[in-house]
Write a protein that binds this ligand. Structure first.
Ligand code: UDX
Ligand code: ADP
Length: 483
């Protein structure tokens, strides 16, 4: 295969990674035809919707990229076989969640969708096909893919051949488009130099050569797990220090600034919060833990597992302290939850800290008014394993559920109605609009004495104090003498 021979790309999986990544490739490579396929008809219909606000993934800037490329050299389809057969490069960008049962349950990645894709490619590909692992995968998954593809080569295969590459995606949600357009690096792992060159030539349309790193397959697979493990470890580290700050009178923002100016540590990823969420960090670390145990390295496994343990602890710590500050009970009390997505600028709730915190509070019998600018009501219901109840009438007395101590929740459309009648406001996602709230105007809507629990450090403490509200901020020890 020669450099110029990649003409047609197929991406299997139109999710948070496949959709935006292929949109940017199509946008930057008008000479290539890119087809994104998915079994999920609804998802594909949403990618094809003429109303760009209906795209299934919310990412700043994504609508403009899709608008430029869709219908030109970017298409979204459910015709999986057709697209694979027409492509000379197939990206596998499907879900790889943590296994929920069987061998490795709770830690190992569930590779059934990846395996199904490899079998599908083996069955319907034509001529030489480069298969690119885009999903984050356990180290040595490429071996399994190679073996499945090898079974389709040889006699009676009409000359079909395959090369397997690993090309992990490092985009972060909320900044996916800028991460894709200006990546820190593009990593390509493989054994076939021509295939590596062919993929590098795709990225070279907009990424400088020196940022395109080439490694062997296993280093590439492991680098993705390692990058996520290191990033998550920084968050657990700063969250552990946040708890210690609260106990000692230090302020985690000051500590983060002080250590972040050390050029060896650097200032990024030192924001204390309610714990990390998202589809990658926990899944990838648990996968690393599983692999380390499998390869006889229990101490290494324990080391990385503690990053996840600390994260879970931080989420429960926040719900516990809400209960404690509200006189030891939230049963029947109305609490306002601002933000449900796992971070700002995304509609994704996978592993969002809000899920665990809200579930804890529902268990305690709280009545939660939940606001998020992008997350749909149905998604919250699935995450909480509880249907939404009707929005309560502000003039009516406590509901039957509230009186019986049953936890309930409902979704709200604006911040004022969310906080109305609440004993406390919990800020769980750092949406920009929550930084600009007028606490003077909101305070009279709350039931006094009221608390603000700012798990994202977005409020101005002076403005909250002037409004007569009590404030807990993550990692803020205040003055331990006067506390
Ligand atoms: C992450 C990696 O950053 C990305 O490279 C990889 O491809 C996928 O996983 P993502 O999960 O989309 O990306 O978002 P990220 O910005 O890394 O945030 C993950 C979680 O950590 C969020 O819940 C975020 O709120 C939290 N976080 C991040 C903090 O609590 N503090 C920080 O300083 C940074
Ligand atoms: P990610 O965040 O990694 O992009 P998502 O769960 O958002 O993960 O997206 C993965 C997508 O892959 C889903 O839309 C799912 O329907 C799709 N998918 C999984 N297996 C297959 C398959 N064999 N063929 C086509 N699409 C698939």
């Amino acid at each position: 295969m020669t450099l110029s021979s990649v003409r047609s790309i197929c991406c299997i999986g139109a999710g948070y990674v496949g959709g935006p990544t292929m949109a940017v490739i199509a946008d930057r490579c008008p000479d290539l035809h890119v087809t994104v396929v998915d079994l999920n008809e609804q998802r594909i219909a949403a990618w094809n919707d003429s109303d760009l606000s209906k795209l299934p993934v919310y990412e700043p800037g994504l609508d403009a990229v899709v608008e430029r490329a869709r219908g030109r050299n970017l298409s979204f389809s459910t015709a999986v076989d057709e697209a694979i057969a027409a492509a000379d490069m197939v990206f596998i960008s499907v879900n790889t969640p943590t296994k929920t049962k069987g061998l490795g349950a709770g830690q190992a990645s569930d590779l059934r969708w990846v395996e199904a894709c490899a079998r599908q490619v083996a069955k319907v590909a034509t001529a030489h096909t480069i298969v690119v692992e885009k999903s984050t995968l356990p180290v040595r998954t490429a071996q399994a893919i190679k073996e499945i593809l090898a079974s389709a080569q040889g006699e009676g295969s009409d000359g079909r051949t395959f090369s397997v590459l690993s090309n992990p995606e490092f985009l972060a949600e909320g900044t996916a488009i800028s991460d894709l357009e200006g990546p820190d690096r593009v990593l390509i792992g493989g054994e076939d130099a021509a295939a590596i060159d062919a993929l590098a030539a795709v990225y070279a349309h907009w990424v400088p050569q020196e940022k395109i790193l080439r490694t062997n397959l296993w280093s590439s697979e492991l680098s993705k797990l390692t990058a996520n493990a290191f990033l998550a470890q920084r968050i657990s580290s700063i969250n552990s220090i946040a708890a210690f700050c609260e106990a000692t009178g230090a302020d985690v923002r000051e500590v983060a600034r002080a250590i972040g100016t050390d050029s060896r540590i650097g200032p990024k990823f030192l924001q204390a919060g309610p714990g990390f969420g998202g589809s990658c960090f926990q899944k990838d670390i648990l996968n690393l833990v599983y692999l380390c145990r499998h390869f006889g390295l229990p101490e290494v496994a324990d080391y990385w597992e503690s990053v996840v343990t600390l994260n879970t602890w931080q989420q429960h710590r926040i719900s516990r302290l809400v209960v404690q500050k509200l006189f030891g009970t939230v049963t029947g009390k109305r609490l306002a939850v601002l933000g449900f997505a796992f971070k700002a600028d995304t509609n994704d709730t996978r592993e969002a800290p809000a899920i665990r915190i809200c579930r804890d509070l529902l268990e305690e019998g709280a009545q939660l008014a939940i606001h998020d600018p992008k997350v749909e009501t149905d998604q919250i219901a699935r995450d909480l394993h509880l249907e939404a109840s009707a929005v309560p009438d502000p003039n009516a007395g406590p509901s039957r559920a509230a009186l019986s101590g049953e936890g309930t929740w409902w979704k709200t459309d604006d911040v004022a109605s969310t906080v109305s009648g609440a004993d406390a406001v919990l800020i769980l996602t750092e949406w920009k609009q929550y930084r600009q709230l007028d606490w003077q105007a909101l305070a009279p809507l709350l039931r006094q004495p009221a608390w603000i629990f700012d798990a994202r450090s977005v409020v101005d403490p002076a403005a909250v104090a002037t409004a007569g509200l009590q404030l807990w901020r993550v990692g803020d020890g205040g003055d331990p003498i006067t506390r």
